[in-house]
Design a protein around this ligand. Structure first.
Ligand SMILES: Nc1ncnc2c1ncn2[C@@H]1O[C@H](COP(=O)(O)OP(=O)(O)OP(=O)(O)O)[C@@H](O)[C@H]1O
Length: 335
């Protein structure tokens, strides 16, 4: 079957910043595909290259078998793109904005009326459709933005952080909307910071960091690949690095400990992957081992593997920590 989206060896730099560094991925038709990664990982740049808004330095991009470089107009017809920032004319009512969008896409009057009614319904906007956009909450604006992106019935919908900063009611509306699109066979490529969201909605996920693919598969596969139960130990609230290394070597030698990762961003907490049916049963042994070497134990937490563990296993930090690290380095704003 022909892929809905094919990205091969995509490269894009801004000056000395490598935003995307050799990314490849394939999205099957009708699939919801998640791109997960911290701030600055290159997600938006990838989407913008795919949607003809940015020219790649190198690489091959294809939508439903059509080359983005060779036939950008045809690709734009097939695609719907909803950017992270909302740019709506707030003087208009929701319905007027959708009508304007329908005119831009040259929809017939009848088709426009039907599509607009459907989209308003789908995104739970009908009640507010005839009020001016300036009276809408952020969540309502985002939903209207999504409706506008879908008006021309694209086969492939590209969404950049569709739920970031939304209240829970709007997030639920967007999730229901995505599930409905899946039912209708629309291919969706979406980025998110929210691990649970991708875990719940996406058939496959690509985890990217610094412009590179670090893991790809179904959420289940990825979680199984990192395997094991998780035990997070804090020796102290903030442990010196040398002490954390000593404890890691000590605990790493225990037969049921498969892996130890030191999380610098979390006060050198130790993330242990343990082979035990009940991870709680390992805690007394871990504690004894620390006590024997004169080390204290500040805190313990247990968890099943999550997509964040996939990121942690590959990069040595959690997604949230990676976001904070980028935040503190300062991120250039898109013009
Ligand atoms: N127009 C631009 N000019 C200069 N640098 C840019 C531009 N666009 C992106 N970058 C840089 O490229 C890198 C990747 O940015 P990008 O926005 O693609 O990441 P992202 O994963 O989408 O992050 P976020 O989740 O914050 O949107 C970052 O270092 C960013 O500062």
């Amino acid at each position: 079957m022909e892929a809905a989206i094919r990205i091969e060896d995509l490269h894009k730099s801004y000056g000395s910043t490598k935003a995307v560094d050799g990314l490849s991925l394939t999205v099957a038709p009708g699939q919801i595909y998640g791109l997960l990664g911290p701030n600055g990982a290159g997600k938006t740049t990838t989407l913008r290259c795919l949607c003809t808004l940015e020219r790649p330095d190198r690489g091959w991009l294809e939508v439903a078998g059509i080359s983005v470089a060779d036939d950008p107009r045809a690709v734009r017809q097939l695609l719907g793109y909803v950017a992270q920032e909302i740019a709506l004319d707030k003087i208009l009512t929701g319905r007027e904005l959708l009508q304007l969008q329908a005119d831009l896409y040259h929809l017939s009057r009848a088709a426009a009326r039907e599509q607009i009614a459907q989209m308003l319904e789908l995104l739970d906007l009908s009640e507010r459709a005839d009020e001016r956009i300036k009276t809408y909450s952020g969540g309502l604006m985002k939903r209207l933005d999504l409706a506008a992106g879908l008006l021309h019935n694209p086969k492939v919908l590209v969404l950049d952080e569709p739920t970031v900063g939304l209240d829970i009611q709007s997030r639920l509306a967007v999730w229901n909307f995505l599930r409905e699109l899946r039912r209708r066979g629309v291919t969706v490529l979406l980025t998110s910071h929210y691990l649970e969201e991708i875990d719940m909605l996406a058939a496959r996920v690509a985890i990217i960091d610094r412009g590179r693919l670090i893991a790809e598969g179904t959420p289940e596969e990825l979680k199984q690949r990192v395997g094991g139960e998780r035990v997070t130990l804090r020796i102290r609230e903030f442990s010196p690095a040398a002490e954390a290394r000593e404890a890691a070597a000590l605990l790493g030698a225990l037969p049921f400990v498969k892996e130890v990762i030191i999380n610098e961003a979390q006060g050198n907490a130790l993330y242990l992957v343990v082979a035990a049916a009940d991870p709680l049963s390992t805690v007394p042994t871990l504690r004894e081992e620390l006590t024997r070497s004169g080390l204290p134990l500040f805190g313990v937490a247990l968890a099943r593997p999550s997509l964040d563990d996939v990121f942690l296993a590959a990069t040595g930090q959690t997604l949230q920590d990676a976001d904070l690290a980028v935040g503190s380095r300062g991120k250039k704003k898109r013009k």
